[in-house]
Write a protein of this length. Structure first.
Length: 441
């Protein structure tokens, strides 16, 4: 009898160790938590305030996403790609990346405060001034939390990223539900709640992992220059991609107003129901591609890209059909009010655009394969050209057809980006072969 508790504990430990090794499960679970939190935030704001508040939140959130994009491009993604070529020890490499993220967070906060001061000097809308100050508060916490999850992804410890995001979700949604119930929820209070949740989860992650970092000034200098060499191209590409993604938000605000922007953001949130699968898959692609290139060479990387693209494209086509038949019904159930009614065409077009985005976006298989081979200038050139052309098309279509035009602009933009990345990937065989040999060395 005395051996039974020990035997039961042993089984529990074995099950836990088995789960730790299943990165795909944890990756999908992590993205499910992130997507559900984002989606629930949209729903709570929409039901607790009017569409204009949802539009303001969408604009503020887009700025935060742009800051996270800068960190991903300059710091965390180069860290992932160069994981097996660290300047110094792995501990020194990790701490150098963390310190660079802290410096970026400081500059982001200072920049947001300066923007708020300039807005006050120009007597801009007080809501815009307060939004800038709130971003100054939220940005460092959001960047800290994001570093923790990206560091976990790079080291293939998906269960740690899941823990970080679950803690942030709990710490965000509980107070947000209360604010919505008490009638105090606005775009500004929602963002403050998100910042507090991110700060708490990031702090808990660092306390748990602090022994995995070690300071070295020499490693810091080398990491900075090594990251900048690749990151400057990734940053150009990612900023172009994010600008492309949020161009419709900004153009809707400029051409159609805050209420229409809120409606468009609500439509995107329905299409984002695919994000747990889609981005859960994307989160694994960079470390997976780097390891495949190292272990199997260019041919193995090409096979992986083809398999991943077929899987993603097939799943997203099924999702697009689902949105065609059920999207408008889901929209009416989740969002109340005339502003959200009769958006079936917008939802269907955005769902089709998500298919092109899945196989050709910056986070898609072909693009990540190019990143793993450090083809920075080509990645940036394709993204910038796609952004400029796509934004022009989107602006023209919004002016002509409103929200439906915005959706068509996104579809055309995603299709152009996918075509450009795949064309270059299929033409870059020799470069991939050379990078494979370099990585093995």
């Amino acid at each position: 009898m005395t051996d039974q508790p020990a035997s039961l504990l042993g089984r529990v430990i074995r099950v836990f160790n088995w789960l730790k090794s299943k990165n795909q499960i944890w990756g999908l679970g992590d993205q499910a938590v992130v997507s559900v939190t984002s989606f629930a935030t949209m729903i709570i704001i929409a039901r607790s305030a009017d569409a204009s508040q949802l539009g303001i939140y969408a604009i503020g959130n887009s700025i935060l996403v742009m800051l996270l994009t800068v960190q991903d491009s300059l710091i965390t993604r180069p860290y992932s790609v160069q994981l097996f070529k660290p300047p110094g020890t792995p501990e020194e490499h990790g701490f150098s990346a963390l310190l660079l993220s802290a410096v970026l967070a400081l500059f982001a906060a200072i920049g947001a405060v300066c923007v708020s001061i300039v807005f006050g000097f120009w007597e801009v809308d007080p809501a815009s001034q307060s939004l800038a100050l709130i971003i100054a508060f939220v940005a460092p916490f959001a960047l800290f939390r994001e570093f923790g999850r990206r560091y976990s992804f790079a080291n293939m410890k998906m269960y740690r990223a899941f823990a970080v995001d679950l803690a942030a979700a709990i710490a965000t949604l509980i107070p947000m539900f209360y604010l919505g119930w008490s009638g105090k929820l606005t775009a500004q209070t929602a963002m403050i709640t998100i910042g507090c949740g991110a700060g708490l989860s990031g702090t808990l992650w660092f306390i748990r992992r602090r022994r995995a970092f070690k300071y070295s000034f020499d490693a810091l200098k080398k990491t900075f220059w090594q990251s900048l060499g690749l990151g400057k191209w990734l940053l150009s590409s990612q900023l172009a991609m994010q600008s492309q993604g949020y161009a419709a938000h900004w153009l809707c605000l400029f051409v159609l107003g805050a209420s229409a922007t809120g409606t468009y953001a609500a439509c995107l949130s329905i299409v984002a129901l695919a994000n747990p699968f889609l981005f859960g898959f994307f989160n694994l692609l960079t470390p997976k591609s780097v390891r495949t290139l190292r272990d199997q060479g260019s041919q193995g990387l090409r096979r992986q890209v083809m398999r991943d693209s077929m899987l993603l494209g097939g799943m997203m086509m099924v999702f697009a059909v689902f949105i065609f038949f059920a999207g408008e019904t889901i929209m009416s159930l989740l969002y109340s009010g005339e502003a959200y009614a009769n958006q079936g065409n917008v939802l269907t077009i955005l769902a089709v655009a998500s298919v092109a985005g899945a196989i050709g976006a910056f986070g898609g298989p072909a693009a990540i394969a190019l990143q793993s081979t450090e083809r920075g200038p080509a990645i940036a050139g394709i993204a910038v050209a796609t952004c400029l052309l796509g934004s022009l098309v989107t602006w023209l279509f919004i002016s002509l057809w409103g929200l439906t035009g915005a959706a068509w602009g996104i579809l055309i933009t995603e299709s152009l980006g996918a075509a450009g990345r795949w064309f270059y990937f299929l033409r870059s065989g020799d470069g991939i072969d050379k990078q494979a040999k370099s990585t093995k060395k």
